[in-house]
Design a protein around this ligand. Sequence first.
Ligand SMILES: *[C@@H]1O[C@H](CO)[C@@H](O)[C@H](O)[C@H]1NC(C)=O
Length: 252
Amino acid sequence: MKLQLSVSAVFVSSVAARTFTVFNGCPFTVWPAIFTPQGSPAPDHATGWEAPAFTAVSFFVADNWTSGRIWARRNCDFSTNPGPNSCLDGGCNGGLVCDPISGTGVPPATVAEWTLSGAGGLDSYDVSLVDGYNLPMRINNNVGCPVPECPVDLGPNCPAPLIGPFDSSGFPVGCKSACAANLDGNPTDSANCCSGSHNVPATCPSSGVAFYDYFKSNCPKSYAYAYDDATSLFSCASNLHADYTVTFCPPP
Ligand SMILES: *[C@@H]1O[C@H](CO)[C@@H](O)[C@H](O)[C@H]1NC(C)=O
């Protein structure tokens, strides 16, 4: 009886959901996190956890997960006053487990983004540097669809106005976006943020985004500013029911 129950549970999951795997390929602990906007079904997993070096977790994600994100936090200590500042970057409201409503990450953070079974019968997904960079990342799949990635450590050579935060040894564990660094001093009307008079693709070309080339030349298969769709938003036919793997610090 027990065996029958578990077999049918696996069957139901395999038709209604995808398997996602999150692998920490970094030689240090990171703290991955998941955010799901209201209105979308949420993955069958905690919204935040500790991932020791070279460990993986897998979980089911509904076929219609919409605008979901996965990232990882660096250098966390949740022992006092757990919250968004418990990590050097990527931290969330809530502490180790991110608040399901407001638990998005504190930039800079490299973010994997998905809409499964979206417009045109497609899964859309990308590795985003729109909120800056904090870890190398790759999104693999098991059906031969494109593989977005930013496999390079963008910290050490990050342009001086964007570099940081730094760990206790002075090593840069992030590289901010030009928007988040507030380089032009006017976040509500900014060519770096694609805001105000720059809030459509025609008035926010990549050429107007400071240091865009640093991110894009190192990581051409990542989404490097708000309107980078043409070169960086990847898709996969939804009826292939792809399973996805996010790897932090992927092999080159
Ligand atoms: C997602 O799919 C499930 C199963 O088909 C459905 O019950 C649910 O309403 C869908 N959710 C959204 C937000 O479309």
